[in-house]
Design a protein around this ligand. Structure first.
Ligand code: ATP
Ligand code: MG
Length: 440
């Protein structure tokens, strides 16, 4: 991508409305724009990061055996009247009427709709277990939308829903998502700790929130500090192994970890003082087992091996991609801007032409840009005629992991500079060596 033909509206000044660093940096880097309170456009740079986050989430959901579909944002109120949540949900639900005066709503979550899909076609235990998910916009009319896309009114959610014949089956489905979440957050460059959580309006009795420790987090959390160093289930994890996944679940719930709603002072005080971590955190994921709550109210039954009808046991599993993007920035930035983990960086490499219009600089940059692009890298080429200082500041701000810098002096020697955004380390090398470093 040539920056001269791209759309990346950088802000020079610090936006006054932004209270936390991630919101400030997302606005300054031209990633998002607020359209009305708590409702955002994702501009091209932001969209790239969001897509990469979603791709990792999708990959790990698929690995764990969940199946993707897509459900609409607008839902009929009828389904919610069946479950009893139409009245229970309160003011967070945006209610609308269509031209026939039928009550509709913008979905805040999808338990009812997915249960309706399930009951319309699954009739036998032989079709279980089943886990259906989608990545879709939600709307919750939050009383206090703030911190940019961290707590917005319209936001994206990956929500998965599992269906099993028995409670034991449902626990295995829960453990699959538990392990998938550990892997997902690790791949996003984050350390998320599962904490016992309140089941809230969804109801049920088994629930964990996945929390990232950050000073700007809205939740108050308490946990054993050893979680910070625990190993993540690796690629060879067998998601069909009931014992294997139960062992992962037990290990990751063996030490104290709870949010303030579930906090047990006495149990926390039993942890040696030097191992106690009381901090603030950002909730990036939330998983629930809620048994037959929806299947009973909505009549989702299957025939069991005994020939009788059974209400299915369900769970739901959410992750917030549009919250994860700022959460990643909270965890990874410096005074100059964002430092993206390579897995979600909007571009892999930025090529900086320090003197656009200078034949040797132009030729070198074109060569490097073409070679890296051909090798399958996402490359941003800063071919604008801005001053070199402005280009360096922009490259640092948008946080692309590697910068290849071509200035007249180095280019005259057949060389470029390669800078690592995270460490700031710079290395001068031949043009060929620079290309080979990333192509190999
Ligand atoms: P919170 O306590 O932060 O309001 P929640 O418990 O209401 O979250 P869930 O219903 O469990 O959230 O939704 C699943 C995930 O969706 C959350 O873990 C979070 O990552 C994301 N999410 C929820 N509400 C918002 C929001 N207003 N803006 C952005 N992301 C959100
Ligand atoms: Mg909420």
């Amino acid at each position: 991508m040539r920056l001269s033909r791209y759309f990346m509206p950088i802000l020079k000044e610090n936006p006054k409305e932004a209270e936390i660093v991630s919101h400030r940096l997302m606005l300054r880097a031209g990633m998002i724009r607020q359209q009305s309170q708590g409702i955002y456009s994702w501009l091209p740079l932001g969209k790239r990061v969001l897509d990469k986050v979603n791709a990792i989430i999708r990959d790990e959901q698929n690995r764990a055996g969940a199946i993707e579909l897509s459900m609409p944002t607008l839902q009929s109120a009828e389904l919610w009247q069946e479950s009893g949540r139409y009245d229970a949900y309160g003011k967070e639900m945006l209610r609308i009427k269509d031209r026939q005066d039928r009550p509709m709503l913008y979905g805040p979550t999808n338990e009812e709709m997915v249960t309706d899909i399930f009951r319309s076609s699954v009739k036998s235990y032989k079709d279980l277990p089943l886990n259906l998910y989608h990545i879709q916009l939600k709307f919750r009319d939050e009383i206090r939308p703030r911190f940019g896309t961290m707590r917005s009114r319209e936001f994206m959610m990956k929500d998965a829903y599992s269906f099993d014949l028995t409670r034991e089956g449902a626990e295995h489905s829960y453990n699959k998502m538990f392990a998938a979440y550990l892997r997902t957050f690790e791949r996003l460059g984050l350390r998320a700790i599962p904490m016992r959580a309140d089941t809230g309006p969804i109801g049920g009795n088994l629930s964990h929130e996945f929390i990232i420790l950050a000073d700007t987090g809205e939740s108050e959390v308490f946990c054993h500090k050893d979680f910070v160093g625990f190993d993540i289930p690796d690629e060879r994890t067998d998601f069909d192994s009931v014992e294997g996944l139960q062992a992962i679940f037990e290990k990751w719930t063996s030490l104290y970890a709870a949010t303030s709603e579930m906090h047990d002072e006495a149990a926390f005080n039993a942890v040696p003082e030097s191992d106690r971590l009381s901090a603030r955190g950002i909730e990036v994921g939330h998983i629930f087992y809620f048994g037959t709550k929806y299947s009973e109210t909505m009549g989702a039954k299957v025939q069991g091996p005994d020939g009788k009808e059974h209400f299915v046991h369900m769970g739901s599993y959410g992750i917030g991609p549009t919250r994860l993007v700022p959460a990643i920035i909270e965890a990874s930035h410096d005074d100059n801007g964002i430092i993206w983990p390579a897995s979600v960086a909007p571009f892999d490499i930025v090529v900086i032409n320090m003197k656009a219009g200078d034949q040797a600089c132009d030729d070198t940059c074109e060569l490097v840009y073409a070679a890296l692009t051909k090798a399958g890298k996402d490359v941003l080429y800063d071919d604008t005629d801005d001053r070199a200082g402005t280009k360096f500041a922009t490259a640092d701000l948008i946080g692309v992991p590697v910068q290849v810098i071509a200035g007249p002096r180095a280019v005259a020697n057949g060389e470029v500079e390669v800078k690592d955004r995270k460490t700031g380390a710079r290395e001068t090398m031949t043009i060929e060596a620079a290309i080979n470093r990333f192509v190999a």
